[in-house]
Design a protein around this ligand. Structure first.
Ligand code: SF4
Length: 63
């Protein structure tokens, strides 16, 4: 099963993932990104595009 993981130690809360993939990410109360959906393919995105969008490499996807 697909799972999107965010390394909270690496996330700097830049908001890039939220801006690029608003169906998938939002910023939490801690100022860090969190995944609100794992269905990125349904939203029209692919694994590499999402992982590479993060400037700190905080996003990893298990397929
Ligand atoms: S793009 Fe990366 S560093 Fe920026 S908010 Fe998203 S997970 Fe955090």
């Amino acid at each position: 099963m697909t799972k999107i993981n965010i390394d909270k130690e690496k996330c700097i809360g830049c908001g890039t993932c939220v801006a690029m993939f608003p169906e998938i990410f939002e910023l939490g109360d801690d100022g860090k990104s969190k995944a609100i959906s794992d269905d990125y393919t349904g939203a029209g995105y692919d694994k590499d595009t999402i992982e590479q969008a993060c400037p700190t490499g905080a996003i990893s996807i298990e397929e």
